[in-house]
Design a protein around this ligand. Sequence first.
Ligand code: GLA
Length: 392
Amino acid sequence: MNKMSIEAQTTSGNFAKVPPMGWNSWNTFYDQYDEKLLMEIADVMADGGYRDAGYRYLIIDDCWALRERDENGKLVPDPAKFPGGIENLIRYIHEKGLKFGLYACCGVRTCAGYPGSFEHEVTDAKTFASWGVDYLKYDNCHRPASQGSEMLYRRMSFALRSTGRDILLAACQWGTEGVGQWLSSSGAHTYRSTIDIQDSWESIRQITEKRLEVLHEGGPGHFNDMDMLVAGMYGKGVNPETSSGETAGCTSEEYQTHFALWAMLNSPLILGCDIRHPDETTKKLLTNPDLIAINQDPEARNCYKLVCDCSPSAFTLVRPMSDGSLAAGIFNMGEAPVQSGFSFWDLGLSSSQGQHLRIYDCLRHTNLGLFREAFSAPVPAHGCQVYRCFPA
Ligand code: GLA
C-alpha cells in the first residue's frame, strides 16, 4: 500500500478518489456488538497489519442507537453497547490511526427499526460531525412513499458538507431509481447497486453478474459498492440476514475469487469477517498487497471484459493502471475447470510492432516471464488468476 493511495482514501477535500477500505460490523455481528468488541477490532486493524495494508475505516452498522431520539430530537447511542460513551470509542479509534464510520438511514426508520434521519438530516449531520464521524453509511429503508431517494441522498450530502467536517457518504441504495446515473451529482461518494450480500457463492456470483452489466459506471469520487466482503466468514456470522443458514460459507478458493473481483472492479473493500480470529489463508488474502494495489490504483479506471471461447462462465477483466501496466483477472464462475486467458491483440497490443508483455502473478507474487502474443492459464471452478502485465 503506498502512501499516496492511503491519502487518496482520506485526505481532506479529496474523498474517495480511490475506493474506501475498512471493516464493518454487520456481516458477522448483526446487533451483537459493544465497545469492547469494537476496541478489539480497532486493535487488530492497527496492530495486525490491516491498517497498514490500507484498511482505514472502522464502521458500525445498524442497531447502535436507542429506539427513540432524546427530547432534543438527537439520536442516542445505546448506553448498554457504549457504556464509556460513543465519543470515547471514536477517540480510541482515531488514536489508533483509523477513521470512524457510522450507519444511518434516509427513511423514518433504519432497516432494523431504529430511528431514521428523514427530516432530521441537519441535526444528525451536526451530531455525527460533533462526535468525530468520518464516514456515514446511509441506508434506504422506510422512505415516505412520496420521497425519491435521489433527493434524500442529496439532502444528507448537503447536510454533511455543511458541517465543515470531511465525512464520506456511502449511499446504501441497492440499485433502484437508476442510482448509477445520479449518484455522482448527489454528492455521495460510493453507492450500493445490489441487494445485500450473503455468505454464499451464489450471492457473490449474482452481485458480480449485476456489476458486469454496468462496467462503465462508477469512478473516482463515486464508486460502485458491491457490498461488504464475506471473505473469511466461513458461515460463522450470527447475522441471519447475511448467512444462508445451512449452506452458509464458501471455500477459500471462492473467497479469493470474491476478493479479486471486488478489487478489480473498483469496489470499496469493506471487511465483514471477524478479523480478531482469521485463519492464515484469510489474512494473506485480505492483505494481499498486489490485489489491493490494483483496487487502490490512483487512476481508478474501469475494467473492460473479454469473453472466453472456452466457457460461457469464464471471462477476463482488464484495467489500465497508472504505471502503464495492465491489471488482468481471469475468472471462472462455472462448475468445471477451464484453460482461459487473453490474446494481446484483444488488449490493443501489436505483436508485429514488437509489443510484448512481462507478466507478474498477483496471487503467487512471482514473475512469470515474457510472453509474445497471448497468455492463458488453468483456472479452477469458481476460481481466478490475477496478473499485472508490463509492456516489454
Ligand atoms: C440493509 C443494508 C445492509 C445493512 C442492514 C442493516 O439491509 O443493505 O447492508 O446495513 O440494512 O439493517
